[in-house]
Write a protein that binds this ligand. Structure first.
Ligand SMILES: Cc1ncc(COP(=O)(O)O)c(C=O)c1O
Length: 381
């Protein structure tokens, strides 16, 4: 199914095509000058050492910065040794699956959930159980049953989920921590969008609530640059060495030149001020996008109002097939993302829309196409 998504990326890059499909940040919000300055300074200061191999687990000053941020912003204390830098946070999923899954083992994912991660786990042959996600977060009854049935891993996105845009409520966080703590099921808390909450963080980190049973994964992809491929995982002490060895076996290390550049960028800029700028810009884009939806889409479809991240989740009436909207929109020059592939079960009537990447002009033209596609495909609703 990932190849279907990659084919959408290809289609979306055709001249004249408008895309609400992919999950890319807005090019115009990258700090090109700031990064250029950081590159020059790293090379001037470190010379050839900046281009050399580094330790498998990553450039220590950057790991110390992340550990510091965990203490100040994410509500838990951790030594830099427990922060492992990876090739994007995507690599964490592969490493964790490699460490903890044998073919046939059970694991739980959110339904719907982030396809890229599920794809990564699937390569290790687990039996995947879906726990439904609603407006308050994961269904804790379904999660509890899946954990009780011996699941080894639970993969989740408690903040501004990809694809549905929602976050866990406080009671759901508390209940999930109670279920996971001491259960033998390791929770992966994917915090890819955690820093992009329009009103700050959406809630306490699961890592702060069940530190021994949760691996938190993070990334600079949605904030500084996905092209640099700098992600990380914060691991409990009991698996630190195993995680380091696993990373070394898989890829020796992630890109240490980029790690130094990001470290320099963070030394020279106030990250909180920088993030505040991003949050404001994405919140404004989201409002613009939702206004266009309100103007152009028929009453028969509904959507949420996300408080962070990059996605709006659209539902066509129950029993309808959103692929028909997808097909009709594609014919007129707009690519959207069908929601079905993000599901273990169900989701035929869903679409994921990215408001972060398109320009205002593209949003206006694309929404007209989407409105027409919805009216054509859902004529009887
Ligand atoms: C929820 C989520 N997690 C993880 C990733 C992987 O990001 P990266 O490997 O660039 O850190 C993505 C990318 O879109 C994502 O949406």
């Amino acid at each position: 199914m990932e190849s279907f998504i990659m084919s959408l990326v290809d289609v979306a890059s055709r001249p004249g095509m408008i895309s609400f499909a992919t999950g890319l940040p807005d090019n115009s919000l990258f700090d090109v000058d700031g990064v250029a300055k950081a590159v020059a300074e790293v090379l001037r200061e470190a010379g050839g050492a900046a281009l050399q191999y580094d330790s498998a687990t990553g450039f220590v000053p950057l790991r110390m910065r992340i550990a510091d941020r965990c203490r100040k912003e994410l509500g838990f204390s951790v030594g830099y040794e427990n922060v492992i830098l990876t090739n994007g946070s995507q690599e964490c999923f592969d490493l964790l699956a490699r460490m903890f899954l044998e073919p046939g083992d059970r694991m739980v994912v959110e339904n719907p959930g982030y396809l890229g991660a599920i794809q990564s786990f699937s390569a290790y042959g687990p039996e995947i159980i879906g726990a439904d996600v609603g407006p308050e977060g994961v269904d804790t009854g379904q999660l509890e049953a899946a954990v009780a049935s011996g699941s080894k891993l639970f993969y989740s996105i408690p903040n501004h989920q990809n694809p549905s845009g929602g976050s866990y409520s406080d009671p759901v966080r508390t209940r999930v921590a109670d279920i996971i703590r001491g259960s033998g099921c390791l929770m992966i808390e994917d915090d890819a969008y955690g820093e992009l909450g329009f009103n700050g963080r959406a809630g306490r980190t699961m890592k702060s609530m069940a530190p021994e049973d949760v691996v938190l994964t993070g990334s600079f992809s949605k904030t500084i640059s996905p092209g640099m491929r700098i992600g990380w995982m914060v691991v409990p002490e009991w698996m630190r060495e195993q995680a380091g060895r696993s990373l070394e076996a898989a890829s020796l290390q992630s890109g240490s030149f980029d790690q130094r550049i990001v470290d320099r960028f963070l030394a020279d800029n106030d990250y909180d001020v920088y993030l505040q700028g991003l949050r404001k810009a994405y919140a404004a884009k989201k409002d613009f996008f939702l206004d266009a939806m309100e103007d152009e889409l028929p009453d028969s479809v509904e959507w949420n109002d996300p408080q962070g991240g990059m996605f709006v989740w659209l539902k066509t009436p129950p029993g309808t097939d959103a692929m028909r909207v997808f097909d009709a929109a594609l014919e007129d020059g707009l690519v959207v993302m069908p929601g079905r592939p993000f599901h273990v079960r169900g989701g035929e009537n869903t679409l994921r829309l990215n408001y972060a990447t398109p320009s205002e002009e593209q949003i206006l033209s694309g929404m007209k196409i989407l409105g027409k596609a919805c009216r054509d495909a859902l004529r009887y609703f």
